[in-house]
Design a binder for this molecule. Structure first.
Ligand code: FAD
Length: 287
């Protein structure tokens, strides 16, 4: 099923994001994670591209196929283009076609200062336009409630996001955020700019203090006082931090659902325990 179809009946879509196992991980760990996550009946599961993606038997493409075929759950393959040539993308299109993959989260990818970008695709919108001409795939894109780090303003970033939608992205997934007000302000601007596709809110349950620091450095999300107090109080106590992090995410999700968000995209960090706790806490709220 093409992802935009999932939004048509008006329920709050719930999706999970997982990443392929690290280099020393095995496909068995993927099965274990998927056994538990698919049991929670998300609308779809997306699989990131990059971390360990080249490991035989554990590529993004292979995991997406497993989710669809073995678990009968819809899935999206993330795909970045900053280090790809057109020939690389042609090969990927062929593979997706061969394996019946319909949905792609098309991304530029972060620019690694140690790797010279191929420069055949400058933006995610270029990747979408290129693939759309050559395939019948359904495209999703990323969006940034607190502005992408390279954009000079949120207005500029949203104008670029509109280009991505005009190129063919028919569904957007947001970067994680900890203050729903940023998401609402972004949504208002995006809608005013004529972006009318479903936009899912990205929620990262922060269950340990180290992970929070890493995530915030990586994605630039701001931390509201309510959240920093929680880290200050429970950051050194793993059990308490996990409980508090789950409760914080549940609180965010309930507020988003009550405000009519199209969907919630849970960055599960391959942690089925956390995904289960959250799903069970909001099962009546988001359906
Ligand atoms: P773009 O949409 O190309 O935007 C990048 C910058 O260029 C922005 O500042 C934007 O304003 C500007 N821009 C965009 N289009 C134009 C245009 N036409 N003209 C001028 N400027 C433009 N990374 C991975 O490596 N693997 C993953 O699996 C992955 N999954 C992700 C999932 C989500 C939901 C999100 C939010 C991010 C993910 N990322 C992933 C990170 C992502 O690759 C980085 O955030 C990257 O820096 C930007 O990717 P993008 O597709 O948003 O880029």
């Amino acid at each position: 099923m093409r992802i935009p179809e999932l939004f048509k009946d008006g329920h709050t879509v719930l999706s999970f994001e997982i990443f392929p196992p690290k280099k020393d991980g095995s496909i068995e760990t993927v099965y274990k994670t998927l056994d538990e996550l698919t049991d929670l009946k998300p609308d779809f599961i997306s699989v990131t591209y990059g971390a360990g993606g080249s490991q035989p038997g554990c590529s993004t493409r292979e995991i997406v196929s497993i989710i669809k075929e073995k678990y009968r759950t819809e899935s999206i393959a993330h795909l970045t283009c900053v280090n790809s040539t057109k020939a690389d993308i042609d090969r990927v299109i062929g593979e997706f076609k061969e394996h019946g993959i319909e949905n792609v989260l098309a991304l530029r990818g972060d620019i690694n200062p140690d790797i010279e970008p191929k420069k055949e695709f400058l933006h995610a919108s270029d990747l979408i336009a290129y693939m759309k001409e050559r395939s019948d795939l359904s495209f999703s894109g990323a969006c940034y409630p607190e502005c992408h780090a390279e954009a000079s303003s949120l207005d500029e970033d949203i104008a670029n996001l509109k280009r991505k939608v005009d190129a063919g992205a028919s569904h957007l997934v947001s970067q994680l955020f900890f203050d729903n007000e940023h998401f609402y302000a972004f949504l208002e601007k995006a809608r005013a700019a004529g972006i009318n596709v479903p936009i899912e809110a990205g929620i990262m349950p922060c269950v340990n203090a180290k992970q929070i620091q890493r995530m915030v450095t990586m994605c630039g999300a701001s931390l509201p006082v309510k959240f920093t107090r929680l880290i200050a109080r429970y950051g050194d106590d793993p059990d308490a931090m996990r409980e508090a992090g789950i409760a914080y995410a549940v609180d965010q999700i309930i507020d988003l659902a009550a405000n009519g968000a199209d969907g919630i995209h849970l960055y599960t960090m391959n942690n089925p325990y956390v995904a289960r706790k959250i799903s069970e806490s909001v099962s009546k709220v988001i359906r």
